[in-house]
Each structure stands twice: as structure tokens, then as C-alpha cells.
Design a protein around this ligand. Structure first.
Ligand SMILES: [Zn+2]
Length: 447
């Protein structure tokens, strides 16, 4: 099969570009180059192209595993290439529909096949930081070792959403937790290089969140973007905060079994705090830090727009679940950036009893555990009358979480229109699609 060919990486200031010839994967690509621009980082031009190609590889490896297409590069870090080979098997075992046997990474492998030094837990580290509960918990625990934070624009925040990005940056910049560390922004076309929605449609039956990005792509893509930064800064550990699946080993794009295999000649990735649930992180790490006088502003919401005044809407399921966890840990949610009001809690009660939110059994179990955690005596922020009334209702409420495929009819209609549109667009020539996306970006103010 005609391979995907990555061209020679070029550096222009802090911009790294890797041209892509998609070969047999042409229909799955939306752009002809991987691009990332790092802020607050020098020394990229001194790095070996074998390391500079890693971010582009990390973004397309999972696609190549799934479709069984070889990737060809000029040269690649040998330790990273060996990890990519191993990960093909891991992803193949996780998603049996992936055609991993057709995958091969071709090109000169440069340097040792394992990291030069063995890292220990006290070595200086780089942390992927989104401002959410998971990465904030990792930062609190590793605040002595973390020297640099990398926040990726183009992952959870789309490249066109300048307003939301500015809000997130101010939260990251103005936190006492992030002070005295190097703050790096990596602005990359992670979600725009390949057609994630089309891959979701092809493979979605095995995806727990129903997206290619979440279920497959994000761990390898995000950690690989940090490799040139870690190399330029001489850091041998890259930490990525773990996700909570209630102790279950579910197929997901970032987990100990995938992330902990990622290595390059200068170091390795660590999937952090895998043994802690999200509630544990709030109760055992974040709450003691806040009670001890630490200040924190969490950015946890994924709703478009996320509310007019901040980074969290306070009404979606993720916000409501975090608000409940914070209250049960004795922390006032608005003290860490989550708005709470009688109206928002009433909206939560309606959603929880009428099946507005959808998920699987793990999802229902998480709410059930939270109900069991409501103490008999409500004190601290839980003693505020409207919050007390809400928690007393919540303790014994009959929670209804809809099944994932039982989305409201209008939602299914919108999805159908989106799919038809994406399928139609995918037939258009690549140059025309690029021209359209540039026009849209300009209209949206990206310039
Ligand atoms: Zn929200």
C-alpha cells in the first residue's frame, strides 16, 4: 500500500513544519503539513530532524495503525520508533478492527533504541497542562519536579476559538501554582490535520466517548508534541495526567498501557496518578492544597463557549459532577472557578432525573458512588441552605442517565446532517478544502 510520507522537518523561528504526502490515506487528511508553533521555547533549530519529526508522527501513527498503512520518514529517533512498533500491537489488541499488520515505520532509525538515562521519580519533568482537575492534581503532587508546563492549543480548544484560548491562558498564567515554571504553548493542527470525524464514523462502534480524538488519538498526539520541548530543555520525563474510568481498563486514547510505552532517546512519558479516581484527586490532592491556603482556578468544562464569565458553565454534567465532588471534599466550588447558584443546582436536578445526560454503566456508577459519599451531617460549604437542600435531595435521588445511543431525536438529526456534510466535503479536492478552511478561519478572525 502506498505509504504516508513525512517530509523533512523545517524550523522557522519557533514554528515547526513537517510536510505530509498522505499516499493511500489521502481521503483521511484535511491538510498537507503538520504544523506546530511553540511559544517561550528556544533551541528548536539545534535539534536533530529525527526528533523534530516526532510530533507529526505522534499525530498520525494511530491513523496508520487503524488503516494498516506504512509511514515513511527520512530519519527518526530509534527509541521513539521502537515505541511506535510496540504501540501498534497495543492499539491492535485494544481495537481488533484496526488493521495493524499493514503498519510499518520506514526510515533511518537514529540513536539508541532505549532512553539513554533511566529516570527516577525525583527527576525534573515537563507536564502537559490543561488547567483541568486531572492536570492540576498532577501539578500539585509533582510541584517540586515540574519545571515546564506545555499547554496545547488545537486539542480541546479549537484553533479558531481565540476568546476561549485567551481565557484559558489567563487562568494558566495567573495561578500561583504555575509561577516560576516555564509556560510553553504549543499551537498545533492536531485536530485539523486528519479527518477525526470521518475516522469516528468508520470505527465508532468500539469508542466509549464516540470520538476518534478521545478514544484513540489524543494521548500519543499530545505527548509527542512535547518531545522537542523536553529535548530542548533537557527534561527526561513527560507527565500526562490520567483519566478516571472507575478502575476499569477500558480502551481509551491515553492510558498506562499506551502512554507508559512512549519513549525517545532522551526520556519517556509517564501516565500520572493512574491509581487515583477523579474524586480521589479532588479529595486527596486538590482539597488539601486549597485548605492549606493554595489558590487554584480550574478549567474543566467542555461546553462550547463555557459560559459568559469564565471557563466553566456550571451546568453541564462535568461541571455538576465536579461541583458535587468539591462540595463533598469541603471546598466551595466558586472558590476554584466553578459557578454555583440555586438556579444551576435546580438545572442539575432536572438533568439528573429526566435522563438529559447520557453514558454507560461506569458513568452511572460514578454518580452512585457520589451519592453514597454524601455524609449524614452537612457542614462547611454544604451547610449553605440551598446547597444543603440540594445534597439532601441528591443523597437518595433516583438518578437517570440515558444510554449512549438514546440521544434525543433532534440531536440525531443534527449528527446526520453533520455526517452528510463531512462526507460530501471529503469528495472535494484537497486544495479546494484548504481554501475553504482558510476562508472560514479568516471569517472567524483567526486571520
Ligand atoms: Zn460545564
Amino acid at each position: 500500500m502506498q505509504p504516508i510520507v513525512l517530509g523533512r522537518p523545517t524550523i522557522n523561528g519557533a514554528k515547526l513544519t513537517v510536510p505530509v504526502d498522505p499516499g493511500a490515506a489521502r481521503q483521511w487528511f484535511r491538510d498537507d503539513a503538520f504544523r506546530v508553533e511553540y511559544s517561550n521555547l528556544d533551541g528548536l533549530a539545534d535539534l536533530d530532524p529525527a526528533v523534530l519529526v516526532v510530533p507529526a508522527l505522534g499525530n498520525i501513527l494511530t491513523l496508520a495503525y487503524a488503516l494498516g498503512i506504512p509511514i515513511e520518514v527520512d530519519r527518526v529517533d530509534a527509541a521513539y520508533a521502537a515505541a511506535a512498533d510496540r504501540l501498534a500491537e497495543t492499539f491492535g489488541a485494544m481495537y481488533p478492527r484496526f488493521d495493524v499488520k499493514g503498519f510499518e515505520l520506514r526510515g533511518e532509525r537514529v540513536g539508541p533504541v532505549a532512553p539513554v538515562t533511566v529516570t527516577v521519580k525525583t527527576d525534573p519533568a515537563l507536564l502537559l497542562f490543561s488547567g483541568g482537575a486531572d492536570s492540576s492534581s498532577s501539578l500539585i503532587e509533582h510541584r517540586r519536579e515540574v519545571r515546564a508546563l506545555v499547554t496545547v492549543w488545537g486539542a480541546d480548544v479549537r484553533l479558531t476559538d481565540q476568546t476561549l484560548w485567551d481565557q484559558l491562558c489567563s487562568v494558566v498564567r495567573d495561578s500561583e501554582l504555575t509561577a516560576d515554571r516555564r509556560l510553553i504553548v504549543a499551537r498545533a493542527n492536531l485536530q485539523d490535520l486528519i479527518d477525526g470525524p470521518a475516522l469516528t464514523r468508520k470505527f465508532e462502534s468500539g469508542f466509549i466517548d464516540g470520538t476518534w480524538w478521545g478514544s484513540v488519538q489524543h494521548g500519543l498526539a499530545l505527548t509527542s508534541v512535547t518531545v522537542p520541548a523536553a529535548t530542548a530543555l533537557g527534561l527526561s520525563r513527560v507527565l500526562i495526567a490520567g483519566s478516571d474510568f472507575g478502575g476499569l481498563d477500558l480502551p481509551w486514547g491515553s492510558s498506562p498501557r499506551t502512554d507508559n510505552q512512549i519513549r525517545w532517546s532522551g526520556g519517556q512519558v509517564e501516565h500520572d496518578q493512574a491509581d487515583l479516581s477523579r474524586a480521589d484527586k479532588i479529595t486527596k490532592v486538590i482539597a488539601p492544597y486549597v485548605r492549606g491556603g493554595g489558590r487554584l482556578n480550574l478549567a474543566i468544562c467542555y461546553q462550547p463557549g463555557r459560559g459568559p464569565d469564565g471557563l466553566n458553565c456550571g451546568r453541564c454534567e462535568k461541571c455538576q459532577q465536579t461541583i458535587t465532588q468539591l462540595l463533598l471534599a469541603g471546598i466551595a466550588p466558586d472558590a476554584v472557578g466553578l459557578p454555583i447558584s440555586p438556579q444551576s443546582l435546580a438545572a442539575g436536578r432536572r438533568a439528573l432525573t429526566r435522563g438529559f445526560w447520557h453514558g454507560d454503566d461506569g458513568h452511572r456508577a460514578a454518580w452512585r458512588r457520589l451519592q453514597l459519599d454524601v455524609p449524614a451531617t452537612l457542614t462547611g460549604p454544604c451547610a449553605v441552605p440551598y446547597i444543603r437542600a440540594h445534597l439532601e435531595w441528591f443523597r437518595t435521588a433516583k438518578i437517570v442517565i440515558g444510554t449512549s445511543d438514546a440521544a434525543p431525536r433532534w440531536h440525531r438529526v443534527v449528527l446526520g446532517v453533520q455526517r452528510l456534510g463531512a462526507r460530501t466535503l471529503s469528495w472535494l479536492p484537497l486544495q479546494f478544502r484548504k481554501w475553504c478552511s482558510r476562508r472560514v478561519a479568516r471569517l472567524l478572525g483567526e486571520g
